[in-house]
Design a protein around this ligand. Structure first.
Ligand code: NAD
Length: 225
């Protein structure tokens, strides 16, 4: 039976690039994201199952995995790419903006992964968490985002520590600015940024590894300051 993958945030940017790559590798796909129109557009292009969901809600995380399981009955690759960013310094950040970034970027990835573990165990699956270089290097105004992304790197390590015996491998990808709608605020030209396909190629490499090889973290730096 063909392999199957689930990509949160699969309607746009990095998640969509990874979803396209996974499709080209022959995977059946479930894409989950918030915006129905964009999600259905991406799912139509990739012949994927679409689940409109908010990963900040536990019930939605459960439903994403349940719908994927009902459709494919296996999960070989889980990509947690759903994410949001809202810049503000520690002394100014609104509590609701802190909570949203932690809820979507960290708690959502935790919940989807936890619900997916039974399927991942069966397939000796791969978990790819899209973290950020902001989880490694502090930048003014990115306290909540950086904390969530550092937490995601730590969650990735914990997954590897707890589930190696199940044959599950997890990788945190930590890119600098990537040319997606999320980075539009920077005003940078597309060619100055990392491309979403660069992240997809990192995941393709992970798919090629033999079962006992694991890469826990990949930092993708952007040339330039
Ligand atoms: P994007 O805005 O193009 O895509 C974000 C995706 O996440 C969309 O599909 C959106 O629907 C989904 N999403 C957001 N909130 C959601 C929620 N509550 N529930 C379900 N889905 C939700 O941005 P992107 O750059 O592709 O971001 C993908 C991931 O990459 C994010 O986790 C982001 O933090 C990370 N990242 C981005 C950059 C960058 O510069 N673009 C750099 C490093 C890491």
């Amino acid at each position: 039976m063909a392999k199957a993958a689930l990509v949160t945030g699969g309607s746009s940017g990095i998640g969509l690039a990874i979803a396209r790559m996974l499709r080209s590798e022959g995977c059946g796909l479930t894409l989950a994201a918030r915006n129905r129109e964009r999600l259905e557009g991406a799912a139509g292009e990739l012949d994927a199952h679409a689940v409109v969901a908010d990963v900040a809600k536990e019930d939605d995380c459960k439903r994403i995995v349940a719908e994927h399981g009902a459709r494919f009955d296996r999960l070989d690759v889980l990509v947690n790419s759903a994410g949001v960013g809202a810049g503000a310094r520690i002394e100014d950040i609104e509590t609701k903006h802190w909570d949203l970034q932690l809820d979507v970027n960290l708690r959502g990835a935790f919940l989807v992964t936890r619900f997916a573990l039974p399927l991942l165990k069966q397939s000796h699956g791969l978990v790819v968490n899209i973290s950020s270089i902001a989880g490694e290097i502090a930048a003014p105004g990115l306290s909540a985002y950086g904390a969530a992304k550092a937490g995601l790197i730590s969650l990735t390590r914990s997954l590897n520590a707890e589930h190696a015996d199940d044959g599950i491998r997890a990788t945190a990808i930590c890119p600098g600015f990537v040319d997606t709608p999320m980075a539009a605020w920077t005003g940078m030209a597309s060619e100055e940024m990392i491309q979403p396909d660069d992240c997809a190629e990192v995941v393709r490499l992970l798919l090629r590894l033999s079962p006992r090889a694991r890469i826990p973290q990949v930092v993708v730096e952007r040339l330039g300051s």
